[in-house]
Design a protein around this ligand. Structure first.
Ligand code: ADP
Ligand code: MG
Length: 250
């Protein structure tokens, strides 16, 4: 089946990583990881703490260097062990648990921070994104006037403002109150889908992956041990360890 988003048919993955490896000392922390993600698709890299998820993300972002393997964006090589496109030219958006808005800037200025071009255009983009995250009214307020969940949504708008081709999200919801989390996950998903970016979401929580992913890549000790649609992974776990990992889902 060819994935589609809106009316566009995509045949080349937005992001493809092939046989990525990263060693720290004599430990292989990322061991031959391959993945591909289409535009508009959300893939969750799911696995217990310490299995190598963040290291994988850092190599894709370009803030860490792999020992082996290649990274392609829209079919073009952006990084192997010889050639490297620098992080700021990869058109990759990042979101982490500690999303830290600039406290001395208004919400509008925070969202516009990475934008170039005419003022009117930047303002229009900021307004569109704040509307999409349900925060049109916050344009002139400052971050400290917002709740944690609202700040998170501003951070999402800021990350999406420059129209990144890929969004990398590393446990972005884990700092949030349980009651807020489901709502924000759903909103985030709907905004990401409208923007047609490819999303790699890192989480150690099976229920988050089940809720958000089009595809789950289950990671353990640096390797991807199972990959597929959430429903399939949940119903046919690869081994007993995977069964145990999914068993605390509610
Ligand atoms: P995860 O995000 O899945 O929790 P990480 O990718 O952060 O896991 O880390 C995987 C393993 O690599 C951990 O054991 C961690 O301690 C180790 N590690 C991560 N970064 C470094 C580093 N810069 N130097 C040495 N060890 C590291
Ligand atoms: Mg991590």
């Amino acid at each position: 089946m060819t994935p589609t988003t809106g009316t566009t048919v995509h045949t080349i993955p937005r992001l493809e990583i092939r046989n990525l490896k990263r060693r720290f000392g004599d430990r292989m922390v990322v061991d031959d990881v391959s993945l591909s993600i289409m535009p508009g698709q959300v893939t969750c890299l799911l696995g217990p703490s310490g299995c190598g998820k963040s290291t994988t993300l850092r190599m894709i972002a370009g803030v860490d260097t792999q020992d082996a393997g290649e990274i392609y964006v829209d079919g073009n090589l952006i990084c192997d062990t010889v050639f490297r496109v620098p992080p700021e030219r990869r058109q990759i958006g990042l979101m982490f648990q500690d999303f830290a808005l600039f406290p001395h800037m208004s919400v509008a200025d925070n969202v516009a921070f990475g934008l170039k071009g005419p003022k009117v255009e930047k303002r229009a983009r900021v307004e569109t994104l704040l509307e999409r995250v349900g925060l049109g009214w916050t344009i002139d307020v400052f971050p400290h006037q917002l709740s944690g969940g609202e700040q998170q949504r501003v951070a999402l708008a800021r990350a999406l403002a420059p129209r990144p081709r890929i969004m990398l999200m590393d446990e972005p919801f884990s700092g949030l109150d349980n009651r807020l989390r489901d709502g924000i996950r759903d909103e985030t998903l709907s905004v990401l889908k409208q923007e047609d970016t490819a999303v790699l979401l890192v989480t150690h929580e099976p229920d988050e992956a089940m809720r958000m992913a089009d595809e789950i890549a289950l990671m353990r000790d640096g390797r991807i041990v199972q990959q597929g649609a959430p429903y399939n992974i949940y119903n046919a776990p690869v081994d007993l360890e995977a069964v145990a990992f999914f068993s605390d889902i509610n």
